[in-house]
Design a binder for this molecule. Structure first.
Ligand code: UD1
Length: 419
């Protein structure tokens, strides 16, 4: 099991260019299965989640070539309908291939992803939506077989704006007979990127970024070349790392509106930010202020994927902050680790934490149980006194391309060790 070894106390400052967004790349990689032609994806992040997604595509019979961060996918030879269980277990987002499979082949087989470190993560919204599109679902133990030879467009109102379910319905209905309307759709920017890719390939889809998305069934998709949008969670993580260590950071390639829910909170915490359309400059003030109450919410609310990193930052803020996790029922695994380092955090229940600061953190050995918890612990290690060992690098590598190289460039003393 790999780990990161950090000697804390260095300021994180400098200039960065973001990688492509994981949460945009994954559904677009799944969408490439819809065409019999070639898809070229530029700025595809080299992370283990995209690696798993490519393994799934290969298992389904697709050819893939890579040239750096450019990936060339040829799905014309795809002929399998089952996503192997080990890959579903490795990456919960494998569920996103289901919509693509039933669109392309009228059937698909996958396995329940099971619980995860963020709590119970059911897939009922996905399955109910497939049923509304005409699918028959047969559940046999852990195995789910979906058959949908004829997909008929309809109106689907989501009980919660699930990101994955919104994307799955889009993928499932690209070739549907008639029109599919998703109401209470998720509005995340990555769904706009998926729409952009699909439109280039010939799909008829409008409304991404709003709560109503309309897909008009079409006959076939063709060649498309697309550049994956920059990763707003990577941007937010480095902004938090810089803010927590008293640094200055310039991000050269981000649309300010997609990161506004994060920059608003950083401003509220006392950071100075200069925001242009396509760049952000952050300079930390001497004393960070607490945030009286902050709740996570679907976009454009404060993203749950930034909650752990914000928790670390708020250990350094003057006063009491209350963090409410409203998206996942148990996204708390970073908190006992932060407490080990000296943070004063009271877990009220699995969704509410009270952070009192500022508290000096002291380096020790901690465990990252999921991707963003890992990022939060790396930030804690950067600001802590002494040496921090963050175990569980496998989770961090799911979503950050060369985090140690990027942070070293920004002034950190961080090393990756395989064992
Ligand atoms: C996506 C993101 C993930 C982010 C999350 C919330 C990707 C690859 N991943 O995950 O990084 O943290 O959005 O912004 O884009 N739910 C149900 N039933 C369902 C589906 C979801 O109850 O069928 C619940 C989940 O348990 C969770 C909430 O809805 O509590 C949000 O989940 P969802 O928006 O679906 O997240 P993902 O698409 O899995």
């Amino acid at each position: 099991m790999g780990k990161y070894i950090i000697n804390g106390g260095k300021t994180i400052s400098g200039k960065i260019l973001l990688s492509g967004a994981k949460n945009s790349a994954l559904p677009i990689i799944a969408a490439s299965l819809l065409t019999n032609d070639v898809t070229v994806l530029n700025n595809c992040p080299k992370i283990s989640d995209t690696d798993t997604a490519f393994k799934i595509l290969k298992q389904l019979g697709t050819d893939i070539d890579a040239d750096g961060n450019t990936i060339i996918i040829n799905s014309s030879s795809a002929d399998k309908v089952q996503i192997p269980e080990n890959l579903v277990k490795k990456m919960r987002s494998s569920i996103i291939f289901m919509g693509a499979l039933i669109s392309r082949f009228g059937e698909g087989v996958l396995f329940y992803p099971g619980g995860c470190e963020l709590g119970n993560r059911p897939i009922d919204i996905h399955l109910n939506a497939f049923k509304k599109l005409g699918a028959k679902i047969n559940e046999n133990g852990n195995k789910i077989e979906i058959s949908c030879p004829k997909i008929i467009g309809t109106v689907i109102e989501l009980p919660f704006p699930s990101v994955g379910a919104t994307e799955n319905i889009i993928l499932a209905s690209v070739f549907a007979k008639g029109k599919t309307i998703i109401k209470n759709a998720a509005k995340e920017p990555e769904i706009c990127d998926l729409q952009l890719y699909l439109k280039k390939a010939g799909a008829k889809i409008t409304g991404a970024g709003t709560d109503t998305i309309t897909i008009e069934g079409t006959d076939k998709l063709g060649f498309a070349e697309h550049t994956i949008m920059p990763d707003r969670m990577e941007a937010g993580t480095y902004l938090m790392a810089s803010a927590a260590t008293g640094g200055e950071l310039y991000i050269e390639n981000i649309s300010s509106y997609i990161i506004k829910p994060v920059t608003d909170i950083l401003s509220q915490a006392g950071c100075n930010l200069k925001i242009n359309n396509n760049s952000i400059y952050l300079k930390t003030t001497k004393h960070l202020s607490s945030i009286p109450v902050i709740s996570t919410a679907p976009h454009p609310g404060f993203p749950t994927d930034m909650q752990p990193q914000l928790t670390t930052l708020l250990t350094q803020a003057q006063g009491t902050s209350i963090i409410k996790e409203e998206v996942f029922d148990k996204r708390i695994k970073h908190i006992p680790e932060l407490i080990k380092m000296g943070a004063d955090i009271d877990i009220k229940d699995n969704r509410t934490f009270i952070v009192k600061g500022p508290k000096k953190l002291i380096g020790t050995e901690v465990y990252s149980h999921d991707l963003r918890a890992g990022a939060a612990l790396i930030i804690a290690g950067l600001l802590a006194e002494g040496r921090t060992i963050v175990n569980g690098s496998i989770h961090i590598q799911r979503g950050y391309e060369n985090i140690e190289t990027m942070l070293t460039k920004l002034g950190a003393d961080i090393k990756f060790s395989e064992n």
